[in-house]
Design a protein around this ligand. Sequence first.
Ligand code: 57M
Length: 358
Amino acid sequence: MLYHFLYKLTEVWFGFNVFRYITFRTAIATLTALILSFVLGPWLIRRLTQNQIEQSIRTDGPKSHQVKKGTPTMGGTLVLCSIVTATLLWADLKSLYLGLVLLVTVAFGMIGFIDDYLKVIKKNSRGLPGRYKLGGQFLIALAVAIILYGYSDFPTTLDFPFFKKLQLDLGLFYIPFAALVIVGASNAVNLTDGLDGLAMGPIMIAGGTYLIFSYVAGHTQFADYLQIRHVGGAGELAVFCGALIGAGLGFLWFNAYPAQMFMGDVGSLPLGGALGTIAVVTKQELLLVLVGGVFVVEALSVIVQVVSYQWRGKRVFQMAPIHHHFELKGWAEPKIVVRVWIVSIILSLLALSALKLR
Ligand code: 57M
C-alpha cells in the first residue's frame, strides 16, 4: 500500500523513484517485518503467558522435553502478522502470484490457528481432526492450482533442475501435482518443528534461496541470461520472501534455545504452505526437494518408521521424526539444530548452483 502511494510521489520528487525497485522494497520489507517481530515479541509472550496459552508436552517423547512444559505457543501469529503487514506495505498488490501466496499463507494460518485453539485453549488433545486439517489444506491448494491453470500465461510444464532441455508437460495433472507440492511442504515443515529453532532456520534459508529465484524468474534479462523460465510478475515474491526472513529472524530471537515461545501450527502450516506455493509459482517445484531437503528427510523418517513398524514390527529410528532419534542418541538440542541449519545452507547452495549448472 505504501509502495503504491510513495511511488506516485515520484511526480513530486524524483527520489521516490527508489520505491520502484524490487531490491529496495525487499530490503525494507525485511526490516519492517524484523522490527515488528522484535517490538511485538515480548508483548506477545506476556499475553500468551497471562492467558495460559502454553504448550503441553507429551510424556512419551524424549525426557529432555519435560522442562519445556508451560512454554507459550502460537507465536506463529506474530510471524504471520509481521509477514503479511510488511508485504502489504511494500509489495505491488496488483501481482496475481503474490495474491495467491498471501492467500495460502493466511488460509493455512487459519487452519493452524483452529488446530492450536482446540488443543491449547479448549484442551482437546487431538485438535482439529486430521481429515479436516488435510482436507482444508487440499481444498485451498487445489483452488490455487486451478487459478494458475486457468491463467493463460502460466505453463503446466515441469522443469528439471540441472537439465535445461528436460521438460514434462503435465497438462491437467499439473493441478493435483501443484496442490501436492503445497500441502506436502506445509506438513513436512510442521513435522520438523519439534526442537527450538529447528524449523525456522531452514525456513529462512529456503526463503532466501527462493527470494533469489523469484527475483531472477521475474526479471526478463536475468532469466534469459541464466536460461531459467521467465515468470512475469514473480519478482514481487522476493518482497514476500524478504518479509518472511525478517519475521523469521525476529521470531528466532525468542525461539532460540531455550525457547521463550513456540510457533504452533498457526506458524508451521502457513510457512511451509507459502514455501510450496512460491516453488510452484516460480516453476521451481522439483528444486524444493533440494532446497527443503531437511524437511523432506524429516517427513521421510516418519514414513519409513511407520511402514517398518507396521510391516516388520521393528523401528528403524529410536524415535521419529529423525531429530528425536539424534536427541535419544545423546546429541544436545542446540547441536542438532545448528547442524541441521548447516546442512540446510549446503543444500541451498547446491540449489543455487542450478542457476548456472545446466
Ligand atoms: C509437530 N510437534 C511437536 C509446537 C510447535 C505421525 C507423527 C510422526 C506426528 C508427529 C507430530 O505430531 N508432529 C507434529 C510436532 C511439539 O511442538 C508443537 O507443535 C508445533 C508444530 N506443529 O510449534 O507448538 C513439541 O515439539 C517440541 N518443540 C520444541 N521447540 C520448538 O520450537 O522443543 C517444538 C517447537 C513441543 C516441544 O516438545 O511440545 C511434537 O513433537 O509433538 N509426532 C511426533 O513427532 C511424535 N513422534 C512419534 O509419535 N513417533 C512414532 C511414530 C508415530 C513415527 C515413533 O517414532 O515410533 C513425537 N513427538 C512428541 N513426543 N512430542 C514423539 C513423542
